[in-house]
Design a protein around this ligand. Structure first.
Ligand SMILES: [Zn+2]
Length: 230
């Protein structure tokens, strides 16, 4: 008898595959208590050093933070540009360092966290530079981007199927980003709305349409897969 999942040879009496732990069911052979084909797995579970690595990464962040603080304070004893560096490093850490602490980081939590930090950083720059573009430009643009990225990450995380549909929808939603940006730019900085955003909008729309077409049409998908060898 062989395992239906991994194909390893099994004793007729075995109830669970020793390799992949698939349940073994044989309708004819009676499963009595007989020693199995293979000895039990006695290897110790692999130790993970992720915590140490994460600690080192966190520590390494402090080196550029400290050096830039010192060099910013050097000439006049005041903080001029350190805030930008600190904000950018914090953002990078939230994006890449923080999820490393978790076994299976949930994007539905981490992506909005990252965007909230981004919005705070933009607000900080707007405040420091006395800009008045935060509420009318940076905030809505970042929010829209956050919404579609979070949706993409969450759907990919939870749904096992329909990935092509998800990506197609995402690419189309990304296309809408450009008219939004042009509109916000024209409102905030008094630029004329000339419609340059129609070009990326159409390109992204077509690309997303192709993905959704491939998702819906099995024959087209198979043909493309054969052609591109994936
Ligand atoms: Zn198996």
């Amino acid at each position: 008898m062989y395992c239906v999942k991994c194909g390893v040879k099994l004793e007729d009496t075995e109830k669970i595959c020793p390799l992949c732990e698939t349940e073994v069911y044989h309708p004819i052979v009676k499963q009595e208590q007989v020693p199995p084909n293979y000895p039990p797995d006695k290897r110790p579970p692999a130790k993970k050093k992720t915590k140490i690595i994460n600690g080192v990464v966190l520590f390494l962040i402090f080196i550029p933070l400290l050096t830039s603080l010192i060099s910013d304070l050097q000439p006049d004893g005041a903080i001029n540009w350190f805030g930008y560096v600190a904000g950018a490093l914090t953002l990078a850490y939230i994006a890449f360092g923080l999820p490393m602490w978790f076994k299976r980081p949930n994007p539905a939590i981490f992506v909005p966290c990252f965007f909230a930090a981004t919005v705070a950083y933009l607000k900080y720059i707007d405040f420091v530079t006395d800009g008045d573009w935060f509420l009318s430009f940076a905030f809505p643009a970042a929010m829209y981007f956050c919404l579609i990225i979070s949706t993409l990450a969450t759907l990919l995380f939870y749904l096992k199927r329909g990935k092509l549909y998800i990506w197609g929808g995402f690419v189309i939603a990304l296309g809408f980003f450009f008219p939004l940006i042009e509109l916000l730019l024209s409102l905030t900085f008094d630029l004329r709305f000339i419609g340059w955003s129609a070009y990326p909008f159409v390109v992204f729309g077509l690309l997303g349409g192709v993905l959704i077409y491939l998702a819906a049409n099995r024959f087209a998908r198979d043909a493309v897969q054969r052609r591109l060898f994936f």
